[in-house]
Design a binder for this molecule. Structure first.
Ligand code: SAM
Ligand code: SF4
Length: 345
């Protein structure tokens, strides 16, 4: 593979990092490697007529590796590979391996629906993958079909057990939908009792490719916590790691923790250290904002990495304070919310 890049300096000077106007240093990128998916989760995509991007609209592996070298040189240390479903992209395992060899990238995490993941677990372990977030919204195979419009619950559970077998840190992501899986908060939380996994309940966010989203949700973090507190009176809040998106709790006798991700209520924006490169190769500095910089075009137009670095730094400096401000600007620009499969979650 041609690697047209400059090595990162081991310690980044302040001029050589991504920092926003609020003084927040960006050290984490979420990379959506495809918008394609083998499920059609109701909260993420329409049932039919999802128009996926033509191949040449995705960043090539070579472009991604070059970009990751540039980002590493700007102080990015953590990468999350997401999508769409990352494992539907051909040879994705090779890309993950290339990224794992980049100097400066210290932690690779993956978010997956688990359908195709199981067979790659030994290789991922070998590469030193730091964690896998597995999306699992129900323990009932019929409900799985209702939620994902596909019939493959067993494959997800196979991945669940394989990840545990290879001792890769595992977190479960559960999006809660009123009246569909909200009765499963307790059964799903018990996974953290029976296995060494963290289970996180996610507020539904308005990213299903449909511009007409409800103005509020019933199952916000308060409602979710109420159910957990009622069932587990001895539940205690534990300190969250500095840039955590989840509020985390310990339940006596449980091997893992339970958490709530208030993605709709946006409680975690203040400490944000993240940017996103979406499936179209566009930089998005806030989940609730619109894409701000066409990184793909820059990579294709310029051989000089410094031009890309400068453009990234300028844009990151303009990062919104929080998701509310980003959304306001988004609405002002009349941009409909994309499917989460393009943004990457
Ligand atoms: N396909 C992979 C998966 O489902 O894990 C990775 C991509 S998916 C877009 C990343 C995460 O976003 C998943 O945990 C998914 O549950 C979550 N997600 C998707 N749409 C969402 C929505 N409207 N609200 C909240 N979370 C959502
Ligand atoms: Fe696919 Fe993940 Fe979206 Fe579900 S949430 S449709 S698995 S990209």
């Amino acid at each position: 593979m041609k690697t047209n890049h400059q090595s990162p300096s081991p310690i980044n000077s302040r001029e050589n990092v991504l920092i926003d106007k609020f003084g927040r240093q960006i050290s984490y990128v979420r990379l959506s490697v495809t918008d394609r998916c083998n499920l059609r989760c109701v909260y993420c995509m329409p049932r039919e007529k999802m128009r996926f991007l033509p191949r040449d609209e995705l960043l090539s592996f070579e472009e991604i590796v070059r970009l990751m070298h540039i980002l590493a040189s700007l102080g990015i240390r953590k990468v999350r590979i997401t999508g769409g479903e990352p494992f539907v992209r051909k040879d994705i395992i090779k890309l993950i391996e290339f990224i794992s060899e980049i100097e400066g990238i210290e932690r690779i995490h993956i978010t997956t629906n688990g359908i195709l993941t199981s067979k790659f677990i030994p290789q991922l372990k070998e590469m030193g993958i730091r964690g896998i977030n597995l999306s699992l919204d129900t323990l009932d195979s019929r409900k799985f079909y209702e939620l994902t419009r596909r019939d493959n619950f067993k494959a997800v559970m196979d991945s669940f057990h394989k990840i545990l077998e290879y001792e890769i840190p595992l977190k479960i992501n559960t999006v809660l939908l009123d009246g569909i899986n909200t009765d499963e908060i307790i059964p799903l939380s018990l996974l953290a009792r029976d296995y060494p996994v963290d289970v996180r309940f996610i507020e539904e966010m308005p990213f299903n490719g449909n511009p007409h989203n409800p103005a509020k949700i019933r199952w916000d973090y308060r409602q979710i916590l109420e159910v957990l507190f009622q069932e587990y009176p001895d539940i205690t809040k534990i300190p969250d790691s500095p840039h955590s998106t989840s509020m985390n709790y310990r339940i006596p006798g449980f091997q893992g923790n339970v958490g709530v991700i208030a993605g709709y209520s946006r409680l975690f924006c203040g400490q944000c250290n993240r940017i996103r490169i979406n499936a179209k190769g566009l930089l998005q500095t806030c989940l609730y904002g619109s894409p701000e910089l066409n990184v793909k075009e820059l990579l294709r137009k310029h051989d000089d990495d410094d031009i890309i670095k400068e453009a990234l730094q300028t844009q990151v400096n303009k990062k919104y304070r929080n998701g509310w401000e980003a959304e306001k600007a988004n609405i002002a620009a009349r941009i409909a919310n994309e499917s989460m499969s393009i943004i990457g979650g």
